[in-house]
Write a protein that binds this ligand. Sequence first.
Ligand SMILES: [Zn+2]
Length: 306
Amino acid sequence: MHIWTHNRCRFPLPPQHRFPVDKYARLAERVVAEGLAAPDEVHEPAPIGWDALAAVHDADLLARIRDGGLSLREERGLGLPWSPQLVERARRTTSGTLHAARHALRHRVAMNLGGGTHHAGRAFARGYCLFNDVAVALAGLRRDGLAARAIVVDCDVHQGDGTADVFAGDATTFTLSLHGARNYPFTRIPSDLDVDLPSGTGDAAYLRALEEALDTALPRATADVAFYLAGADPWEGDRLGRLALTKAGLRARDELVLDRLLETGAAVCVVLAGGYAEDVADTVDINAATAAAVAARVRPAPVAAA
Ligand SMILES: [Zn+2]
């Protein structure tokens, strides 16, 4: 399958920082090693234009991000030190989500090995998230007349406050977030449907809650395009999550979400969101399993007539 990655974009981080900057290259290598994508199916997106970002984000915020003018308080909320490389990287991963979403419209489902930066809202950047890639990608599809109604299924362990902020008042986009009740962000912006799960929720209770949430959300959304944030941080070994899903439970989650969304006829764009295992290899395992579930559902390109 075709995939998008910005894995060669690195940026300066203080030592011992939790942000898993090594994950992206290892994941891209793994996806090729497992035969899920051929080397020439791995794409490096160019940085997205500032005009595309302006369709979603506040102009003053974008100017502060572009010029390094974030306040100390904003930079602390972001949790990452500002650098030109950080900005370029965020523009590339946002572009990757737009490419994957366009591809999904033709091939049912596609994946960006990045994105899912759901804590970025219209006028704020926080929680490791500069731009809301999903919102920018959806705005791009809508501008080109490729999509109308949308759903965001956010299974990262943290609530999708930025996504909820961007789409508040947008009756054509349904936002669903399933997350740890006691996890960041501690001040919420409500999604259309928020499912708060108690610390220690394991596979069975999680999958039941997810099934129920999809039963409510899908008929209300009637979406033609879906974005799935397949966060790896509900895993039991995650340093920032409080849920207790196993790797098998996360695989079942991916399959459930993908199959339920595809059944509705929506095109599905999958993005990574978070994952903060002590050993980055565990996060890569979880993300690679998501990629395998996606690859198994991609509609093959039509065979050209002889
Ligand atoms: Zn997260």
